[in-house]
Design a protein around this ligand. Structure first.
Ligand code: SF4
Length: 565
């Protein structure tokens, strides 16, 4: 992060500069640290500029012009999601910034950083990555401006967007540019752009002839077609979701140009994940920061057991970003990382979480060929017969981690798929009796069958059955424990009557909801296409609470007035 650090490593220049909207934390749950570590492990010199000021070039140029390329990300969240509430009110806090203060990164950070980099380093390839760029790689609906926006490639003028988990793509970008440089690079973004075309897991501005001859390719509705007919956003979103599964190329017109989506990158293998997470992360913020970073305090002693989520929930950007295929770390690798936790100076004996996008998909896999699968979810409307999980082994993993010397307690804080947990009584029992710390967060989301179907979530009866298991196991363990239900208001298709039915169920149980999220249409999801187009994925009209007044009316059925200020 600094010139003196470069000097200590004997580096006069960088190969790659990474710019992030989050503060730098040397922890594998932070994308920039993970990516930098991966690249460094492949012999590349990587520098990081975090939360640069955007009104002057001094911060972004502090480490000098890198040899190969610059990558930029808004951080762990879409910057608009990080900055505004569901009712478009400005937030005053930011968990990824020292002191937890808002204001350390600009709105639409990926676009702003790309502009800074292009101005500071003319001719240098600029690559966008992270969830903001990934989910905005195609024409999309932007809730915060209530408008359709073009692919972020056009608005940022970046050379490439890396979508999904970026390790393979950034390494291939570096490899191609290094080879090009070795042959004598006369520089120039146009030449670099051709050089970088077609890398799996990337999108770029090109044309149909950038698709290799014979490669499967789908053309999705253009930006202009979506402008003319909102229903086309649903068609495009479903087609791009299917492209993530099939491994085809996709094209989307923007005026006279095409945005080309190369097939997704292969997930890292378990052995690659083990190597990556085996790197010696300090799990601390960079020493330059004087104030604490709230996100670090929450996740410092958590372990990532796997990537990917088979659920395919229609609103989830994280699962769409990571993909449906599960890639799991080995038990040995997780145990080694847990042993390292116990040597951290702030270690207090507690592993605060073991999980991923979901808590209980470690070790799951598809016994068929996922590339030929037409289903948008492995779990909905019912668990696919090819979906193979091993939650008994997961319970064994958790017990093994807890039994390590120096570990006193282990909790599961990632979201548990309760429909999956019901398939494995041994796991459910272990979760409730041994790994729940008084409260278990679960996401039934709603009671309405129609809304849950649109969310691609399990039926509410599955939540009720799990609740019985939870109560019985807690009682027999002599523990007073509670379920904290995560609920959503104003989801597309949800009516005022649906909200009242949900409120009635809560009242019957004597529950006062604490975690109710008014639906935020995140760019690129199927749920957002429903919100914009007012149709379900089959094209049938649905009612949508679109205006702030309609959304607030649904939200206040469950939450007090101050929750939406
Ligand atoms: S075949 Fe079944 S388990 Fe495999 S990817 Fe498709 S839905 Fe998932």
């Amino acid at each position: 992060m600094t010139r003196p650090e470069m000097g200590r490593l004997g580096w006069k220049e960088l190969d790659i500069l990474l710019v992030s909207g989050d503060a730098y934390v040397d922890h594998p749950a932070f994308g920039t640290a993970l990516l930098a570590s991966w690249l460094a492990g492949h012999g590349l010199r990587v520098g990081v500029v975090c939360q640069p000021r955007w009104d002057r070039p001094t911060d972004i140029t502090a480490l000098g012009r890198p040899r190969l390329f610059a990558g930029a990300s808004s951080g762990a969240l879409d910057s608009m999601l990080a900055h505004y509430t569901a009712f478009r009110k400005k937030r005053s806090d930011d968990a990824y910034t020292p002191g937890g203060r808002a204001g350390a990164r600009p709105n639409r950070a990926a676009i702003v950083y790309a502009g800074l980099l292009r101005a500071a380093f003319p001719g240098l390839p600029v690559v966008l990555g992270g969830i903001e760029a990934s989910m905005r790689r195609a024409a999309h609906f932007d809730f915060w401006s209530d408008s359709l926006r073009r692919s972020i490639l056009l608005d940022s003028k970046a050379d490439l967007v890396v979508y999904g988990m970026g390790e393979r793509a950034v390494l291939e970008i570096a490899r191609r540019l290094r080879a090009f440089l070795a042959r004598g690079w006369a520089a120039g973004p146009a030449r670099a752009r051709g050089l970088l075309a077609g890398i799996p897991g990337t999108a770029f501005i090109g044309a149909a002839d950038d698709v290799p001859t014979g490669a499967p390719c789908v053309r999705v509705p253009s930006f202009e077609a979506i402008q003319a007919s909102p229903k086309e956003l649903m068609t495009a979103t479903l087609a791009l979701e299917a492209q993530m599964r099939s491994g085809a190329f996709a094209l989307q017109g923007h005026g006279s140009r095409d945005v080309v989506f190369a097939p997704p990158a292969e997930p890292l293998s378990p052995a690659e994940l083990d190597r990556l997470y085996g790197n010696p992360f300090t799990r601390d913020p960079h020493p330059a920061y004087e104030e604490t970073i709230p996100a670090v305090e929450m996740i410092r002693f958590s372990l990532t057991s796997h990537r990917g989520c088979a659920g395919g929930c229609s609103f989830c950007a994280l699962a769409l970003h990571q993909g449906r295929r599960i890639s799991s770390r080995s038990r040995e690798s997780l145990e080694q990382e847990a042993r390292r936790l116990t040597r951290h100076p702030s270690w207090d004996g507690s592993v605060t979480d073991v999980g991923g996008p979901s808590a209980n998909m470690w070790g799951s896999r598809c016994s068929a060929d996922p590339a030929r699968c037409g289903r948008p979810s492995c779990l909905n409307p019912a668990v696919c017969p090819h979906f193979q999980d091993d939650q008994e082994a997961l319970a064994g993993l958790l017990r093994g981690l807890r039994a390590l010397p120096g570990v006193r307690r282990l909790r599961v804080a990632s979201g548990v798929r309760h429909d999956l947990a019901l398939r494995s009584p041994g796991y459910a029992r272990a979760l409730v009796r041994e790994f729940t710390g008084g409260q278990l967060k679960l996401a039934p989301e709603h009671t309405s069958a129609g809304v849950l179907k649109l969310m691609r979530k399990p039926p509410f009866s599955a939540f009720e059955r799990f609740l019985s298991v939870f109560e019985r196991e807690s009682r027999s363990a002599g523990k007073e424990q509670f379920v904290v239900p995560y609920l959503v208001s104003a989801f597309p298709g949800c009516t005022d009557a649906d909200m009242k039915a949900l409120a009635a169920w809560l009242k019957d149980r004597g529950w006062k909801p604490r975690q109710v999220q008014c639906f935020i249409p995140a760019p690129g999801t199927v749920a957002t296409a429903m919100f914009h187009a007012g149709i379900d994925p089959e094209g049938r009209p649905i009612s949508v609470a679109r205006t702030d007044a309609e959304r607030i009316r649904q939200h206040r059925v469950l939450m007090p007035v101050e929750s939406y200020r």
